[in-house]
Write a protein that binds this ligand. Structure first.
Ligand code: PRP
Length: 181
């Protein structure tokens, strides 16, 4: 089924089943790497919260959960370049941190988050992301746990929005065309 938002038509790219399998695979890797390390999962709001809940439950090990909000896109399809980042309240000094993102696009958001976290002296910082767009990313970033590498098309669903719509969808959809509606 296709979705139309603000006159734009989106077509399914990744089904809910495909997403669930990939999350299970990356969760197993995290569980193995962080056994007995009591990791801190830092969820980057708002988009990553859907992925984060499913991932953290699939990892199913003792952990701390923290949130951080980053906002750069507004209602547009491209980054505004202006990034608003909140502080995290958890003490991460000497802790093993996993930043959870829904998508790494240009990489500017994640780069800024990683730079900010480094100032708090964590024992380690790794990244888990549902989606990565290597052809668009401008920063050198290690995405240790990545469910899918995708092309440059604009995506919605499973936490990703267009003008705050589409986050609730269980699959991921790519922009297909301008709708005739
Ligand atoms: C999205 C996404 C990432 C960021 C990636 O957030 O959740 O945090 O953009 O883009 P980048 O790699 O080009 O920096 P957005 O600003 O849309 O906020 P949201 O998560 O609240 O939708």
């Amino acid at each position: 089924m296709n979705y139309v938002i603000n006159g734009k038509e989106f077509r399914e790219l990744l089904s809910a089943d495909t997403i669930e399998r990939a999350i299970g695979r990356e969760a197993a890797r995290i569980r193995e790497h962080y056994a007995n390390l009591d990791p801190v999962f830092v969820i980057v709001l708002k988009g990553a919260m859907f992925f984060a809940v499913d991932l953290i439950r699939a990892v199913a090990m003792p952990c701390t959960v923290e949130v951080l909000s980053a906002k750069s896109y507004g209602d547009a399809m491209e980054s505004s370049g202006e990034l608003r980042l909140s502080e995290i309240s958890a003490v991460i000094r000497n802790r093993h941190v996993v930043v959870i993102e829904d998508i790494v696009d240009t990489g500017l958001t994640l780069k800024k988050i990683l730079d900010q976290l480094k100032h708090q002296f964590p024992a380690s910082v790794q990244v888990a992301t549902l989606l990565s767009k290597p052809s668009v990313t401008k920063e050198q970033l290690e995405l240790r746990y990545c469910c899918f590498e995708v092309g440059p098309e604009f995506l919605i669903g499973y936490g990703l929005d267009y003008a705050e719509q589409g986050r609730e969808l269980k699959a991921v959809y790519a922009l297909h065309r301008e709708s005739a509606e």
